[in-house]
Ligand binder design. Structure first.
Ligand SMILES: [Zn+2]
Length: 285
């Protein structure tokens, strides 16, 4: 969807629904496209509210047609699988237009994460945009894993941000309010719409890898009982939770591999082998 301003200016590119079970960003972009008035804009909003339609209709993180994770498929291939073709289209037809790019993720149906804004620490323009977005939790990443929308943006030299939200297959009112304010702030920051950004002082500054593929993984299937909450500070070897068989007996314990802050919990008690259960990162002083 393209909302083209009456006057020339910068282009904000936004995407949501890269994972099909993440709804907060989809709704925020629906609202934004109806709320913006092109006659009062200097520059454009180019957005993809549902980037992965097959996964969206299946309520699935991955694409049911080829089983692939769109957020691991960039830059994609035009003659590849459906997922690779979607990645290629976003890589070539959407991202190159961006002066700033934001990819709206959330924890999805199975996980829970704090509402946060994330950025790449090697891009000063992204660090500034993350501050302007206005989130209580701000997370700087020193490395960008391959295959993401944002790794493609990095290759293109486009400053980028991403969000995480609470998820669990819902759109929480306060998370939606944060997204509305954040997107409006970015449009103001780029001078696409008039007004000054509404700055929020972050309560948490996180630093480190955000790759959930590297979180604590389950070894078996079972019923998860977490012993920590989001944004709890934990010590190395602290017990984070345990997995139980269907007679209630404990079959696995999960301990913190390092000191850190809890940024992801497998929110659905039913766990399959190999799923990420907890992710920790560092707090930046
Ligand atoms: Zn996601």
């Amino acid at each position: 969807m393209l909302i083209r301003g009456a006057r020339e200016g910068k282009v904000l590119v936004a995407s949501a629904g890269v994972h099909g079970d993440e709804y907060e960003g989809v709704r925020a972009l629906f609202e934004l496209t109806t709320w913006l008035d092109p006659a009062r804009m200097s520059g454009d909003l180019l957005c993809v509210p549902v980037a992965n339609p097959e996964a969206f209709w299946a309520m699935s993180r991955t694409n049911p047609v080829d089983g692939a994770n769109l957020a691991r498929a960039f830059p994609g291939r035009v003659e590849g699988t459906l997922t690779e073709a979607i990645a290629h289209t976003i890589s070539t037809a959407i991202l190159p237009h961006a002066d700033l790019y934001i990819d709206l993720h959330s924890a999805g149906v199975r996980y829970e994460m704090p509402a946060l804004i994330g950025y790449y620490t090697s891009m000063p323009a992204a660090a500034e945009a993350a501050r302007v977005f206005g989130a209580e939790v701000i997370w700087g990443h020193p490395v960008v894993a391959d295959g993401r929308t944002v790794s493609r943006a990095t290759e293109l030299g486009v400053p980028w941000l991403y969000t995480e939200m609470r998820g669990a297959g819902r759109v929480h009112a306060d998370d939606l309010a944060m997204l509305r304010r954040g997107l409006r702030n970015l449009l103001r920051h780029l001078r696409i719409i008039e007004g000054e950004p509404e700055i929020v002082t972050p309560r948490w500054r996180l630093h480190g890898d955000g790759n959930i593929d590297k979180g604590l993984l389950s070894g078996k299937r079972g019923f998860l009982i977490p012993l920590v909450e989001l944004l709890d500070t934990v010590k190395q070897d602290q017990l984070l939770g345990s997995l139980h068989a269907i007679d209630g007996t404990k079959i696995e314990d999960y301990r913190a591999p390092c000191d850190g802050v809890v940024v992801l919990i497998h929110a659905c008690p039913l766990v399959q082998p190999g799923e990420p259960l907890f992710l920790l990162t560092e707090v930046h002083e």
